[in-house]
Design a protein around this ligand. Sequence first.
Ligand SMILES: Cc1ncc(COP(=O)(O)O)c(C=O)c1O
Length: 456
Amino acid sequence: MKKTKNNYPINNYLNNHALNKAISFHMPGHTNGRGFLSSHKKQLGKYDITEIIGADNYHEATGIIKESLTKIAKKTRCDQSLYLLNGTSSGILALMKYVSVKKGKILIPRDAHQSIINGSILFDTEIVFAYNEIHKQYLISNPISLIQIKQSLLKYPDISHVLITSPTYYGFVSDIRKISEYLHEKGIALFVDQAHGSHFIHNKHFPISAIRQGADVVVESLHKTQNCLTQSAIIHGNKKLIDLTLLMSIVKFLTTTSPSYLLMANMEKALLSDHNKAYNRLFSTINFFIKNCPYPVLKTNDISRVVIDIREAKLTGNEITKLLHKERIDIEMATLTYLVLITTPNNRKKDFLSLLKQLNHLEKGEKKENINYLINEPVQVINIRKARNMPTRSIQLNKAIGKICGTIIVPYPPGIPLLYYGEEISQSHIDYITLIRRSGQAVMGLENDYIKIIEV
Ligand SMILES: Cc1ncc(COP(=O)(O)O)c(C=O)c1O
């Protein structure tokens, strides 16, 4: 591995990263800059402008930004779109504020992204959980189904909004059409966190984008899977059940007054250009990879999300990730038993051949058991929002059984919380945390071997 050193820690790291020319199977979807247009690369400084004459104003768009968003809404087939310049997280915060302004109650999946919980805490939004079922064969959490929504509505008939995550990190989608039809009959609005699916509009072999299947609002991270700079995201809305003027004004309240034209220019190109053929080429390369991979590849709904089952490998997913990194291949995520790759049309056959070579070198061992990270329905002793503001103290993790969690415990990646504020810590939580830490996976919310609990 090539190395340089200077006095600037971040620059130093990035210089070395660039020198290494590693293969990227992870976000951002521009794949280490391969997907950037040469005009954007060359004109970086000149494109990074502010609201000069003719450049319009994000917060009160009447010119080029409005025109751009109108074209995107038309292509996406929704009533209104708005660039999000601080990731999907900022769109999700706006949705949580919207529900709180409407004095509603929102159903969210247990595998919700942290920003959903952060939003509910920030804006005092009433949330209830729908519990994901576990995929019988793969033992990963499925996206929320209509059955789970029906069950939740029986339990909480006053739910006014539903938010689901589709696709999941593993590339599985919910039946948005059926869910939206069912909810709309009851006058309930559907929000979809499609952070990992902004590319769906580009090829018919992908699932149909949620907004085209009846979702009322969809948020997407373009930076995850498309040729866009980190933080690039967008919100699409339909006005039938949603006050879009209110929602978009909340988004703007949460947005910088110095919006990045680089981000907007990136997103405009990514969404409005035709990538159909490029994806067809990617699919045939992925098919080649699947046929030649020494380990099974999961059948997901999003063909570009390559999930490799490495249970038969001697090493864990995290150990393999480190090994691949040494060989200048970086992947998106690993669990004990899976490797998750984000692939884009920027990935060439050569990239997949390099990966195959490394996978073929791995020693096989006794088949590892799959484990599921959504252990069981935790006991919520104190309301999350209330628990967030209660005094805490730290104790050793292995002494925390039966105590009430005073933090959010998040295995990272994928950044989906295992335990929330106010939930009872069980033996199975501790066993699971210990197991994944031992395998090298990071767990946020812990301080070494200590966890914050609430004093009651
Ligand atoms: C399912 C899901 N939703 C939302 C987000 C937040 O997206 P962003 O990083 O664009 O803020 C993520 C990011 O990892 C995610 O995985």
